[in-house]
Design a protein around this ligand. Sequence first.
Ligand SMILES: O=C(O)CCC(=O)C(=O)O
Ligand SMILES: [Fe+2]
Length: 212
Amino acid sequence: MAMALPALQGSLLDTADEIELHGLDVRLTRTELSRGAWVDYRPGWLGGAEQLFDALHHDVPWYAEKREMYERVVDVPRLLKFYGEGEALPHPVLTEARDQLSTWYAAELGEPFVSAGMCLYRDGRDSVAWHGDRIGRSKDQDTMVAILSIGSARSLMLRPRGGGESLGFSLGHGDLVVMGGSCQRTWDHAIPKTNQPVGPRISIQFRPRGVR
Ligand SMILES: O=C(O)CCC(=O)C(=O)O
Ligand SMILES: [Fe+2]
């Protein structure tokens, strides 16, 4: 039987979870991978991640993509939206996130993050297959790809290109991962499908100019 929540409890729940970024100066840990690749991980970077999820889920003009595979046209197993350099982002906290990342990594990266790619994984059947973000300069240059993750947690897996032991990060609920150094060309990453009953997840990938 459904129980009515006291009004006070409802309002407490609302105000406890404001959408806000925390700093990158705490709880950020770097994992050095092989061949000059590394990953930074900052759990809980964004507070109020579930509220931001609801806003983006509703406001972003998500589209489905198809691609050819073995001479058949198949659905890409996730929804997408891409915001290029200079395009307004669908929530002010994302502009703040991009700028905070640009400031934090300025010395190491030498240029700002400018684009925001977004993926919506509707359930455990949605995924992204093993790949590196190697369209553009990342094909032969070191760079960074920063991923803010909201909604349900999914595993981001990484493994050396050409084979080797993989490692994984559970990403959701406002967590940040930054893949850096040679990571895009010497390692691959994936969000595998899962049989677990998971809710939807949105990832926002910030990249510098000319990296895709
Ligand atoms: O959803 C993610 O965290 C990863 C997405 C990704 O690898 C990509 O869009 O290139
Ligand atoms: Fe990727």
